[in-house]
Design a binder for this molecule. Structure first.
Ligand SMILES: NC(=O)c1ccc[n+]([C@@H]2O[C@H](COP(=O)([O-])OP(=O)(O)OC[C@H]3O[C@@H](n4cnc5c(N)ncnc54)[C@H](OP(=O)(O)O)[C@@H]3O)[C@@H](O)[C@H]2O)c1
Length: 220
């Protein structure tokens, strides 16, 4: 199986890439820096999800390559701890939405022919913070961006039903990464094992699902 994972140079993305490669999948991992990570067994491709031209260049390099599973994982959380009074500056909104929302959309749009060629699947890593049902306040930018990513996934699931391409949206857990911090609940390995099981189980009957890494339905 060929899997493409965005933001695969560290965190959850790296753990997903390592584990998928160890299970003999062909893994294309994207990174946004200038130099490809040294980890072998993964085909590294440069992608800055904020830049539409970067998507076009990647799509060109991958012309004719079948992708069985596209994982939109790259993300940022820039407004942690911001104060309602005076915080949440406009540049933080712009960058967060460029990565977490339009970044996801342009990744899928650019690589859809590759997924279609494989009759593949699409996974979007959102967050429990996307949920309108659980609305504890704070982190307005990140929450709004992940809610938008969830909404994108739900609508893509409808549009891609005709092509029998399932789309799933996932909360990876509170994970020990640079984003999650060392005090988070679970390791990257636990998150990756759970998510890969969820991706395996994704089919047309479950398309549009919003699930946690350990297989629970998450309230929208
Ligand atoms: N950790 C958690 O507890 C948690 C909880 C819920 C949801 N999530 C979601 O899970 C996903 C992975 O999170 P993580 O904890 O692994 O985060 P992380 O450790 O901060 O890693 C984020 C990854 O996204 C990449 N990225 C950021 N901006 C990018 C851009 N413009 N273009 C391409 N790649 C970009 C980073 O690349 P660079 O190295 O170049 O910055 C890095 O590879 C994210 O979508 C996050 O929102 C995480």
């Amino acid at each position: 199986m060929a899997i493409l994972i965005t933001g695969a140079n560290r965190g959850v993305g790296l753990a997903l890439a390592e584990r998928a490669a160890a299970h003999k999948n062909t893994v294309i991992g994207t990174f946004r820096g200038k130099t490809a990570p040294t980890l072998s067994g993964i085909q590294w491709e440069q992608l800055n999800v904020e830049a539409p031209e970067s998507h076009q260049e990647l799509a060109k390099r991958l012309t004719g390559v079948q992708i069985d599973l596209l994982v939109c994982n790259a993300g940022v959380y820039l407004d942690r701890g911001a104060a309602l009074s005076g915080g949440y500056a406009k540049p933080l909104w712009d960058e967060t939405f460029a990565v977490n929302v339009t970044g996801v959309f342009f990744t899928i749009q650019a690589l859809l022919p590759n997924v279609q060629a494989a009759q593949g699947k699409i996974a979007i890593i959102s967050s429990q913070m996307a949920s309108d049902t659980t609305a504890p306040g704070g982190s307005y930018i990140y929450r709004a961006s992940k809610a938008a990513a969830l909404n994108l996934g739900r609508n893509l699931a409808t549009d891609l039903k005709r092509q029998a391409i399932p789309v799933g949206i996932y909360h990876p857990g509170w994970v020990q990464t640079d984003m999650g911090g060392s005090g988070a609940d679970i390791t990257v390995e636990q998150s990756a094992i759970g998510l890969l099981e969820r991706f395996d189980a994704l089919n047309m009957a479950t398309s549009g699902c919003f699930e946690t890494w350990d297989g629970r339905n998450h309230p929208y």
